[in-house]
Design a binder for this molecule. Sequence first.
Ligand code: C5P
Length: 218
Amino acid sequence: FMQKVIAIDGPSASGKGTVAARVAAALGRAYLDSGALYRLTALHAQQQGVEWTDEAAVAALAAELPAEFSGSRVWLAGADVSEQIRSENIGMGASAVAALPAVRAALLQRQRDFLGVAGLVADGRDMGAVVFPDAELKIFLTADARVRAERRAKQLHIPCTGIEFERILSDIEARDEADRRRAAAPLRQLPDARLLDTSHLSIDESVKQVLDWYRELS
Ligand code: C5P
């Protein structure tokens, strides 16, 4: 039994979100940005004055997360927080709350609910390992840390040299390290996942590779 899911896991700023959303659109499937759920949980906790390390309290918030998704926008308690959840601070918060097993458990079914009849493309850290272990196609999408930092810098309109850039690079490396070393659903390439290194690929080329692999399945 295989689930109609393409699971794309990988480190931060690898471009997996962009690729996953494009693949979903090309195949007429739903798209799950699972990182957004952890980011929303971190923001929600911050707004409610709950410490990111308070496992029980954060898990309780995650279980009742007042979040809504529509296209590429995301709302929290009725407010559009699409840009707010992309900050590096909330990224660190997401990484912190994502290390707590009770928080991961609280978000598990919510992620699975994104799979409807049309099928799903899901991106995150544990899509293939935990959330959709029977996904028909599993991909580990990555790129050199420096290339990822350059992509993030471009998004933020920051030059790819200098102290601000080095800061982005070290933030990315710190978050990867935390995601890899944690006990709960650590970031890793599964034996049954295909490796897609996008260091030297454009978004179009990355999307094409995923679609080629998908077509090989049938
Ligand atoms: O992918 P994104 O950078 O938005 O994810 C933010 C953080 O959420 C990651 O650093 C990771 O710690 C966590 N995360 C996770 N499992 C997922 C998706 C994200 O632990 N499936």
